[in-house]
Design a protein. Structure first.
Length: 149
């Protein structure tokens, strides 16, 4: 099994689930907003509308973040063997294994744990451009890059 492809697929699944949840929230809020308009009046009505507007704005922000994740995934070249750490790299270290893609967190492939992290995350930034055998310092810990794919 191609580990990088499986990690990529899990990231895509993560993004798609998030998108579905946000779209459902937006749809539900739009329906609630319409029924709110049809029914009550007065202060209670205005408070309800304001709360729904806040929920819609929050969902809009979440949609923006997840859309950016989707764009980041579209840039990944999973069929490339990386010589230096970059987007799409799997970084095997003396501590953990990392997949430089988007911030998903812990993923498992073939009983191995990988942490999908963004290249913009603090540790992702430290890894970028590094080679096998190099050491980075993160939170006062020395992390050696054992292998890179």
């Amino acid at each position: 099994m191609n580990i990088k492809k499986e990690l990529y697929n899990q990231c895509v699944l993560f993004v798609n689930k998030k998108l579905q949840t946000i779209e459902n929230t937006i749809k539900s809020n739009q329906q609630a907003l319409q029924s709110e308009t049809k029914s009550s009046a007065g202060d209670k009505h205005e408070t309800g509308r304001a709360m729904l507007q806040l929920e819609m704005e929050k969902a809009g922000q979440q949609l923006k973040v997840v859309s950016e994740m989707k764009l980041q995934l579209d840039k990944l070249k999973i069929d490339v063997l990386n010589k230096v750490v970059g987007l799409g790299s799997i970084v095997y270290t003396n501590q953990f294994n990392y997949f430089i893609a988007i911030s998903v967190g812990k993923l498992a492939v073939e009983n191995q744990t990988y942490y999908a992290i963004s290249s913009n995350s603090p540790i992702g930034q430290l890894f970028l451009g590094k080679n096998q055998g190099e050491v980075i310092t993160f939170r006062n810990q020395q992390i050696e890059i054992k292998k890179l794919t």
